[in-house]
Ligand binder design. Structure first.
Ligand code: SAH
Ligand code: SF4
Length: 361
């Protein structure tokens, strides 16, 4: 055997083909699919309606649990849970489950999981805990899918006997720098013969990798795009997100404009408000001018402060003032309530703390 098959990378057609190769009837693939994506099994031993010989072969030649839980932290109100997982090679990644996030203008209970696509990140945004550590490696597609399944299981336990409602690709890493594996994972979790999450309930967030945004415009999978902007001009944005030197704002905006034209989908701009850095009213006006006429929505998030970083969140007053200017200019804008503030729920923060427990205490 040259290697292990990562079972969670296969859509139902591929799963069926694998079992057909092994001489198994088609219904076995359906049974296996139900164990993986409906009953959310993590161990072949649970799959009691599969013959023991098939279970043994699956255990020997495939893997279904690429994540080892090493740390779990729930917020005081238990509405946010954060996990740190160790991967087979010792790298670690974070996943966050948010129950009932309050999103203005939207109704209904939501169970959203925030997943990682890389161990670390090469983009080096100065306010981001993940960015400080650099990139270790891309995640494999099954490592990405498994995060969704862990959260789906936990959501079942904690709230209700049903599914996650949303997936946001906003954890560690830059998804468009790991494009193929991210999409492979998204194809598995949206597979109508599998986990069957609607693509419109998925949002991919990028720091603004222009070729990736252009590729997204042509994807058959209708996932939503969020762009982490954080500043309305190149001078400031390059200070905060150095990749801006390579893909300056005008190029990002041109790619976003093409994306909205082709897909007719509203783009979200993420803007982490940092006190005295990017939260001045002049910048809100500049942002409004930049976004005028675009099918978009702005998501303001007071910065989650990172240890040893000079950047601090904007006050509620400054945040509200910034929001008001955008709204007055006709740009739909939400001010996101930070969730999980007591559990290091910012990107990459738990990993840093567990790796260096003294740093935060
Ligand atoms: N790399 C992608 C997705 C992961 S980061 C991106 O940058 O979009 C997900 C979001 O968290 C981004 O909008 C990012 O700017 C934001 N973020 C990172 N560190 C943060 C912090 N300390 N406080 C608030 N938002 C942060
Ligand atoms: Fe990477 Fe996103 Fe963090 Fe920037 S904000 S360093 S792109 S994970």
């Amino acid at each position: 055997m040259t290697g292990t098959t990562n079972l969670l990378e296969l859509n139902h057609a591929e799963l069926t083909a694998l079992l057909a190769d092994w001489g198994q009837p088609r219904y076995r693939a359906d049974q296996l699919r139900d164990w993986l994506y409906v009953k959310l099994a993590t161990d072949f031993d649970e799959m009691t309606n599969l013959p023991a010989t098939l279970r043994a072969r699956l255990a020997a030649e495939t893997r279904i649990s690429p994540l080892e839980l090493i740390y779990e932290q729930a917020s005081r109100d238990e509405q946010t849970v954060k996990w740190l997982f160790r991967l087979a090679d010792g790298q670690t990644v974070e996943t966050v489950l948010m129950l009932y996030p309050e999103i203005e203008g939207e109704r209904g209970e939501r169970r959203t999981v925030c997943i990682s696509t890389q161990a670390g990140c090469a983009m080096g945004c100065v306010f981001c805990a993940t960015g400080q550590a650099g990139l270790a490696r891309n995640l494999t597609a099954d490592e990405i899918v498994a995060q969704v399944l862990v959260a789906a299981r936990a959501a079942q336990d904690r709230s209700a006997p049903h599914h996650l409602t949303n997936v946001v690709v906003m954890g560690m890493g830059e998804p468009l720098a790991n494009y193929d594996r991210t999409w492979q994972a998204l194809r598995v979790i949206t597979d109508q013969d599998g986990f069957n999450l609607g693509a419109r309930h998925i949002t991919v967030s990028t720091v603004g990798l222009v070729p990736g945004i252009r590729r997204m415009s042509d994807e058959p999978l209708q996932v939503n795009l969020a762009v982490s902007l954080h500043a309305p001009n190149d001078a400031l944005r390059s200070q905060l997100a150095p990749i801006n030197d390579r893909y300056p704002i005008a190029e990002v905006m041109a790619a976003v404009r093409d994306y909205t034209t082709r897909t007719h989908r509203r783009v979200t701009f993420e803007y982490a408000l940092m006190n005295g850095i990017n939260d001045m009213s002049s910048l809100a006006h500049e942002l409004a001018r930049l976004l005028r006429g675009l099918l978009c929505h702005v998501n303001l998030i007071p910065l989650n402060p990172v240890v040893e970083s000079p950047y601090q969140p904007s006050s509620p007053e400054r945040s509200a003032a910034f929001q008001q200017i955008l709204q007055d200019a006709g740009i739909p804008t939400t001010l996101r309530v930070r969730r999980g503030i007591d559990i290091d729920a910012g990107c990459g923060q738990l990993r840093r703390r567990v790796a260096a427990p003294d740093a935060n205490s």
